[in-house]
Design a protein around this ligand. Structure first.
Ligand code: PGA
Length: 253
């Protein structure tokens, strides 16, 4: 893991944006794994800015990590709508090349198998963008998820339902299930870029970087990933024991 601690969320997002935009410039046919939530919005803003300055996304393919189960892609809180509104509409990506799991899939197992097969067919994900839940989840892989799990239907943890209630009218409106890439799926991405901001994420970030590798903190599996970049703000990094060392390494580079 390569850890970058920036003063602010904006500064960290700008650094992550540089990496993604540079990769798109180098490989216009890149396959991006994308994430939703508040965390990647700054990164997406950087991609939109780069597009406004001429960066071409017309050949880029994307696969989103997850989608709530039981809602359509037009539901105001669906991750398909989130992606369209917060990124896809603002860059020249071909919507046909963007994939978000189908929250209404009738045969969920068959859908998940096909989603994995489709990722493989385009050569796998080159860069997987990730946030982290306050409970250490990546995608909707909650604590207790197998570290070799694949795309499947999952049950949201009560803490995630609570965290996500802010996007809905009330807690009981938050879907209880989702379709999510598995941890094994994420681990196959050639590079992962994980962003985390705010003190609410500090404990999960500590578990991910400095805890033992365990299904209790699904993001800790990334310690075994050969090419993961972590971008944090000071608040999310506040519980790291080796924070000064990570900053030292950052400076040395
Ligand atoms: P957030 O969610 O970006 O809205 O904090 C992150 C996550 O749950 O993975």
């Amino acid at each position: 893991m390569q850890i970058t601690i920036a003063k602010t969320e904006q500064a960290a997002s700008a650094l992550a944006g540089k990496v993604v935009n540079e990769a798109v410039r180098k490989n216009p046919f890149i396959v991006l794994g994308l994430a939703t939530g508040s965390t990647p919005l700054g990164l997406y803003a950087e991609m939109i800015k780069a597009h406004q300055k001429g960066l071409d996304f017309s050949h880029v393919r994307s696969f989103n990590l997850d989608e709530y189960y039981g809602i359509t892609g037009t539901h105001p809180q669906s991750y398909r709508k989130f992606m369209n509104d917060n990124l896809f509409k603002h860059i020249n990506i071909d919507l046909k090349n963007t994939r978000v799991p189908d929250g209404m899939a009738k045969d969920v197992d068959a859908f998940c198998r096909q989603y994995e097969a489709d990722m493989k067919a385009v050569g796998g994900v080159d860069i997987q963008v990730l946030g982290i839940g306050s409970d250490g989840h990546i995608g909707f892989n909650e604590p207790g998820s197998s570290l070799v799990s694949r795309t499947r239907k999952v049950t949201l943890a009560p803490s995630t339902i609570k965290d996500n209630t802010r996007f809905f009218k009330k807690e009981s409106d938050v879907p209880r299930f989702a379709i999510s890439m598995g941890i094994g799926t994420v681990m196959e991405a050639k590079q992962c870029i994980l962003l985390a901001f705010g003190v609410n994420k500090a404990k999960a970030v500590k578990g991910m970087i400095e805890g033992g590798i365990s299904q209790f903190c699904p993001a800790s599996a990334l310690q075994m990933h050969p090419n993961t970049l972590v971008f944090l703000d000071e608040a999310a990094a506040s519980e790291l024991e080796l924070k000064d060392y990570y900053k030292w390494c950052q400076k040395a580079k």
